[in-house]
Design a binder for this molecule. Structure first.
Ligand SMILES: C[S@@+](CC[C@H](N)C(=O)[O-])C[C@H]1O[C@@H](n2cnc3c(N)ncnc32)[C@H](O)[C@@H]1O
Length: 257
């Protein structure tokens, strides 16, 4: 009966995005997220029902669409966070999607005030700079559910030459990212440096201890998947948060924030 009602609703609201078609999956794999879309989709599928997922850095919404796949049937809710709107409007019609037009770090701090807020996937793909990702980790990692995953895009840039021209992510045509990127005349280390520093990892690769399980793919700009096995305050390993936060404030000026 429930399926019948949902199907009827979809026929009426056929323009509303909810389920990825094979064609859309292929387009996602051929796009910026690349082949890592497959593992990303597997993790979304493995989380089952009644979840909250978070997408930091939505742009047009490729990552949000992956998180939203079958969300209505599974009662999963997706929160997309981006201060610069460029989103595909069909996503906004989905009743299980909330779009937060704001900075990812302050949004994490706000959601963190509600102790019952425990997302099971957090996808991190906003400004591709170490200080941004470190601050996102500080505000979002404590909220992640045990057994949930935090997933980082853009963790293998070495030698990559930007082809995209999206100004929001600082991806200027022809910019060569050899482990750093340049905003406001400063060379910023890329997200992989933040992931390594925060979790105390020498390298990104396959890794497991009692707190985390790490999977890393260096393909297509890189994607790193970290599962929280047990709660741990990793933020205490960062020597000076004031310096990190002050550098992020400088970084934000390049984005008109
Ligand atoms: C690479 S794009 C995201 C791509 C998206 N995840 C996808 O799969 O299509 C980076 C996005 O980060 C957003 N962004 C910039 N500053 C941000 C901030 N402070 N907080 C969250 N997102 C931010 C930009 O507006 C841009 O849309």
């Amino acid at each position: 009966m429930l399926n019948f009602l949902i199907n009827t609703l979809f026929k009426k609201k056929s323009k509303m995005f909810n389920v990825l078609s094979d064609k859309q999956i292929k387009e996602l794999i051929d796009g910026e997220l690349g082949i890592n879309v497959i593992r990303f989709m597997e993790i979304v599928e493995s989380m089952g029902i009644n979840n909250t997922f978070v997408d930091l850095g939505v742009e047009t919404g490729r990552s949000s669409k992956i998180l939203l796949n079958n969300a209505i049937e599974k009662n999963n809710h997706v929160i997309g966070v981006d201060p610069i709107p460029a989103i595909d409007p069909t996503l906004l019609l989905n009743p299980n999607y909330t779009y937060v037009n704001a900075d990812s770090v302050s949004t994490g701090e706000n959601y963190g005030k509600d102790k019952s807020f425990t997302p099971s996937i957090i996808f991190v793909d906003s400004i591709h700079a170490k200080e941004q990702v470190l601050c996102e980790l500080k505000s979002w990692w404590p909220l992640l559910k045990v057994n949930g995953w935090i997933i980082f895009h853009d963790t293998a840039w070495k030698g990559y030459i930007h082809k995209a021209n999206h100004p929001c992510a600082g991806k200027l045509t022809g910019n060569t990212a050899k482990g750093y990127d340049t905003y406001g005349g400063i060379d910023w280390e890329t997200p992989d440096f933040a992931v390594k520093e925060f979790f105390g990892l020498n390298e990104l690769g396959q890794y497991e201890d009692k707190f985390i399980k790490v999977e890393h793919s260096a393909k297509d700009l890189g994607m790193t998947f970290i599962q929280k096995k047990r709660a741990n305050d990793f933020s205490k390993y960062i020597a000076n948060w004031k310096i990190v936060e002050s550098r992020r404030n400088t970084l934000l000026k390049s984005f008109g924030a």
